[in-house]
Design a protein around this ligand. Structure first.
Ligand SMILES: Nc1ncnc2c1ncn2[C@@H]1O[C@H](COP(=O)(O)OP(=O)(O)OP(=O)(O)O)[C@@H](O)[C@H]1O
Ligand SMILES: [Mg+2]
Length: 347
């Protein structure tokens, strides 16, 4: 099972095998993408992405060319909707006829999917099935898949990146203690999933991430992207908002970092305000952007919730990946999505 994450900063893949000892991470690799090849989670430059994928397969020696691909961008919507009750198999067949009112694109141009959440009886006494509806613009998905096939790979499955984050970082015990929020902070996209005992309740895809912070530093300091990246990585958000702004980049870091934190908090507040929402007991962070110093502390202060790092590798045995323990722990935040996509093939 190979999961493939086409991110803004690079392409990454993880190969898992299923055996007697459980699930093993056999290989992981990543190749950086040129700037602009992927924007806002959408493949813009098909050739550049295909080229990076070819390189990735040449260097990481995956044993398969079949991949599960993730998508997360503005052209995917995920909504909780109540549909007239039908057996799940029948609903799957008739979904296109039921959901036009709930999605901002013509159904003929959408790829549809859903997760059943619960059965309810509406106020008027009719039986309804509450589902998490996913609609992705067909054209956006095909562009992504074109890059994959142009690299000689075969997409076996397309999945919402948020669901990959769910499989890779959800704590199984969270059904008991309420809901848990998973937040994967990328370069240009932040995936938020609130789940209860592994069942997704709420998904939000924010077009924001570490790159916005780098850009703010670059602009403030009048330096290029790689220098701004280095400044960002060697600094941190003040643990208390507004404190310690001595460094000239601190203000830019503070403003852009707070904007990201506020968006995440706003999304969690939105979930909390839904009727019947469970209380969130904890936030789990992943993604390269979650490495920003001080982010966990500040998010914790803003949400008044414990914030912990996700550990996708804790679910797995580690095979002969060629990576040292130190390298593995360094890449762990970025392993989340490809591992979660590969896990989706197994389930
Ligand atoms: N040590 C660090 N400190 C702060 N930020 C970091 C650090 N390491 C990586 N990042 C940031 O992580 C981001 C990349 O994260 P990630 O690799 O998860 O994104 P991506 O998957 O390529 O993009 P996206 O999911 O947004 O399409 C970049 O913005 C980078 O600046
Ligand atoms: Mg990502």
């Amino acid at each position: 099972m190979v999961g493939l994450d086409i991110g803004t900063s690079g392409v990454r893949a993880a190969e898992l095998t299923l055996g007697k000892r459980g699930i093993t991470l056999e290989r992981f690799g990543q190749v950086a993408l040129p700037e602009g090849a992927v924007r806002g989670g959408e493949v813009v430059d098909v050739d550049a992405v295909a080229e990076a994928l070819k390189q990735l397969w040449a260097q990481a020696k995956f044993s398969s060319k079949k991949v599960a691909v993730g998508v997360a961008n503005q052209r995917v919507v995920v909504r909780q909707v109540d549909l007239p009750w039908l057996p799940v198999a029948e609903l799957r067949k008739s979904l296109a006829f039921q959901v036009q009112d709930y999605i901002p694109m013509p159904v003929e141009q959408a790829i549809l999917d859903f997760h059943p959440l619960e059965e309810l009886t509406s106020d008027s006494g009719t039986r309804v099935l509450r589902v998490l509806l996913v609609a992705a613009a067909r054209e956006m998905v095909s562009t992504s898949l074109e890059a994959v096939t142009r690299a000689g790979l075969t997409p076996s499955m397309v999945d919402l990146t948020s669901f990959a984050v769910l499989r890779a970082t959800a704590h199984a015990d969270s059904g008991l203690g309420g809901a848990e929020a998973l937040v994967d902070v990328g370069a240009g996209v932040t995936n938020i999933v609130v789940h209860q005992g592994g069942v997704p309740r709420f998904v939000r895809i924010l077009l924001m991430g570490g790159e916005d912070i780098t850009d703010a530093v670059a602009e403030r300091m009048g330096v290029g992207g790689s220098e701004a990246e280095a400044i960002k990585q060697s600094s941190a958000l003040a643990v208390v908002a507004g404190a310690g702004e001595a460094h000239p980049a601190a203000r830019a870091l503070e403003t852009s970092g707070s904007a990201l934190i506020e968006e995440v908090r706003g999304s969690l507040d939105y979930f909390a305000a839904q009727s019947g929402a469970s209380r969130i007991s904890r936030v789990v962070l992943s993604g390269g952007g979650s490495r920003l110093g001080g982010l966990a502390e500040r998010l914790s202060a803003a949400t008044r919730l414990p914030v912990v790092a996700g550990h996708p590798l804790s679910l797995l045995q580690v095979g002969k990946t060629g990576l040292t323990d130190e390298q593995l722990s360094y890449v762990e935040p970025m392993v989340t999505v490809p591992v979660g996509l590969a896990l989706g093939v197994a389930s």
